[in-house]
Design a protein around this ligand. Structure first.
Ligand code: DOR
Length: 440
């Protein structure tokens, strides 16, 4: 099967060029100004930009165990619509993915149901060090250094030291200091004010835990990726240690802040919590400077009924895989960043951080995970159009300019202008950890 995509502005590792891209079966076969090969399908992409598919390195798709909130069919349709061609999923499902057997069960579910490519982290507990040591076919180890949705938590120093000392897979962590959060929760006991969420899960909690994790990574020389950095202060800690320590910012921490609680209520309740407008600006600066490399969603769906409970009974998390690329393209249109930067943060950098083989770039021989976007298209985010099972978005009613219009996963077109082709599942991403580190 050959697909020829002509007349697009193509975002290549070297810049944006008007070239044609020939896809042969699952791979990119040729990139050239003029390709005269016969193709089964020719796509005239005049006026559109061709990007590598987005790799979202932090999602919660809720299978198994919590499929009333989300499931792989809904979540991966949302991915296809949003231009996300690979996801890496977190272990706080039910049961939590803390063993190879449970990881294999998740992979089997995805092999059957996922429209896009997938990988699953193994979750750390204080006692599953042997599983962490021997796990295979996983991007890495997820530690909740600070509890969130679910009961995964590793807070004891001894257990953390062992995990960093005795395992070899890359480690990633949710960093909010549990002692600080618990003490703050006592101070605000009885509150029903959602704004107190940012006082309970405060700046100090984020900074303390991130500092602790960075210290562990340095002392044990262990590859480490800080998830959802929420404060400017943590950016100062990251420094320039990219071969050892990388970091991620999420859309909600870049685009929302404590000023949004009044408008959004518990829909804006996330862990780590939203911080200030100054933190938004410092996170953007850290992306610009390269101290944060990855933009992801932390797609964390809960039903509207669950989110409508009074704080603090309301759960933390919001969905976002289907709007994340559009939100960033909208920022390109507003002049906040360049399209090449978006491709670096959402496609290339996550592939390098997680040692994902042959993804994240438009290059000959790479997997044909591709998304065509229309930078000029204006469209409003509407709850009733969301593919995620939870059926809502914090951006409901917001008009964004710049949208994905067609998505291919390993050469197979899964989404085209509102229509899905559900006939072929995605595949497991391959990880080659022997490559050993992020390079810019
Ligand atoms: O707000 C969040 N929700 N943060 C997390 O780390 C977990 C997530 C969830 O799974 O609901």
């Amino acid at each position: 099967m050959k697909t020829l995509i002509k007349n697009a502005q193509v975002v290549l590792p070297t810049g944006i060029e008007a070239v044609s891209v020939l896809v042969e079966n699952e791979h990119i076969a040729a990139i050239d100004a003029a390709i005269h090969a016969e193709a089964d399908v020719t796509v005239d992409a005049t006026g559109l930009h061709l990007l590598p598919g987005v790799i979202d390195d932090q999602v919660h798709f809720r299978e198994p165990g919590l499929s009333h909130k989300e499931d792989l069919q809904h979540a991966t349709r949302a991915c296809a619509k949003g231009g996300v061609t690979t996801f890496l999923e977190m272990p706080n499902t039910v049961p939590p993915a803390t063993t190879q057997v449970l990881l294999n069960e998740k992979r089997a579910l995805a092999a059957e149901k996922s429209l896009v490519n997938y990988g699953f982290y193994i979750g750390a507990t204080p006692t599953n060090i042997d599983e962490l040591r021997n796990a295979t076919d996983t991007p890495g180890i997820k530690i909740f250094i600070g509890s969130s949705t679910g009961d995964l938590l590793v807070d004891e120093q001894d257990a953390l030291e062992r995990i960093f000392a005795e395992t070899t897979l890359p480690i990633t962590a949710h960093c909010e200091d549990e002692t600080t959060v618990r003490a703050n929760a006592q101070r605000f006991a009885g509150t029903t004010d959602i704004a107190d969420h940012s006082r309970i899960r405060d700046r100090q909690a984020a900074v303390l835990a991130t500092r602790r994790a960075i210290d562990l990574a340095h002392r044990h020389k262990h590859r480490f990726h800080v998830l959802h950095v929420s404060t400017g202060d943590e950016c100062e800690l990251l420094g320039d240690h990219r071969n050892l320590i990388t970091a991620e910012a999420c859309l909600h921490h870049l685009l929302l802040n404590v000023g949004d609680y009044q408008r959004l209520g518990t829909l804006a309740q996330m862990n780590p919590s939203l911080k200030t407008a100054d933190d938004n600006a410092r996170l953007w600066r850290a992306l610009d400077e390269g101290t944060i490399q990855v933009v992801a969603t932390d797609h964390a769906p809960h039903t509207l009924a669950e989110k409508s409970k009074d704080y603090p009974d309301s759960p933390s998390g919001m969905p976002n895989v289907e709007n994340s690329l559009a939100l960033m393209l909208n920022e390109v249109n507003q002049g906040r960043c360049r399209l090449e930067q978006v491709v670096h943060w959402m496609c290339d950098a996550p592939a390098r951080v997680w040692d994902i083989v042959d993804k994240g770039r438009i290059a000959v021989g790479y997997d044909a995970d591709l998304v065509l976007v229309d930078l000029g298209r204006e469209c409003e985010v509407r709850n009733e159009q969301q593919q995620t099972k939870c059926g809502w978005s914090a951006w409901h009613g917001t008009k964004l300019t710049g949208w994905p219009v067609r998505t291919w996963v390993r050469g197979h077109e899964v989404f085209r202008e509102g229509q899905f082709d559900l006939s072929r599942p995605g595949q497991a991403a391959q990880f080659d950890h022997a490559r050993g580190g992020y390079w810019a």
